[in-house]
Design a binder for this molecule. Structure first.
Ligand code: ZN
Length: 235
């Protein structure tokens, strides 16, 4: 499997791509790029082309897609989670073709099947991302995020004059290994109740998982991801 890195992707992302290339058969090429014209319409963070068996990861759309911030994630964590989930998601599609149940034609044309394989890839990607972060992988420092790190730094610099407290919070929490503010996440995600919020706070107070900064509680990426997937650890 060939890896084409057109922008200077985060080395950890390249390592993950390389690892999955060894685990999942049937991917010819993974292109790491930004603002790819073919993906512009849907602003997709990734794509899998089943005929040529090429995966594209769009680092640019990973930076401009704020999907996890709606659930309380901080910006840097949001970007990194997009990248990691995009990689797992597109490899999941490649792996779907490895089973005899799905053909390229079906994948491209059958709308009902398309919805099903999309759901399947989403579930698989989140489960694998949860395992990945559970193994202790953290959001890399910006200097280890290559092109994306520079772009994130630009965004933070540009917004500092308007929202200095949030930008400082962002940087401090990122340094400490936090990913999402607990109260913001718990009000946006249905899986939280008073009991598991208290449990998380207690864990953070005991310095097991998460961080407490400026009187606020922040979940780790593993905790955040687990609270966004179906089989929540806090059920
Ligand atoms: Zn998909």
């Amino acid at each position: 499997m060939k890896i084409v890195d057109n922008r200077g992707a985060p080395p950890e992302l390249v390592r993950l791509v390389d690892q999955l290339g060894q685990e999942v058969e049937g991917v010819n090429q993974v292109i790491l790029d930004a603002f790819v014209p073919e993906l512009r319409k849907d602003r997709a963070i990734g794509a899998f082309e089943p005929t040529a068996k090429i995966i594209i990861i769009d680092l640019g759309h990973c930076i401009t897609d704020y999907r996890w911030m709606k659930y309380g994630a901080l910006y840097i964590a949001n970007v990194w989670l997009n990248m990691v989930v995009s990689v797992f998601h597109e490899f999941a599609h490649a792996d779907q073709l490895n089973s005899d149940d799905i053909t390229i034609e079906e994948m491209e044309q059958d709308p009902e099947l398309h919805a099903m394989i999309e759901d399947d890839a989403i579930t698989k990607a989140m489960t694998e991302a949860h395992t990945y972060f559970g193994q202790g992988h953290i959001t890399p420092p910006l200097r280890e995020m290559g092109w994306a790190g520079e772009k994130i730094a630009e965004v933070l610099n540009n917004t500092y004059k308007d929202i200095p407290e949030q930008v400082m919070e962002e940087i401090e929490v990122h340094k400490s290994g936090g990913a999402a503010e607990l109260m913001a996440a718990s009000s946006a995600l249905p899986r939280f109740n008073e009991e598991n919020i208290e449990l998380l706070k207690e864990n953070i107070d005991r310095e097991q998982g998460g961080v407490k900064l400026g009187g606020r509680y922040y979940m780790t990426m593993a905790e955040f991801v687990s609270s966004t997937i179906e089989q929540s650890l806090y059920n």
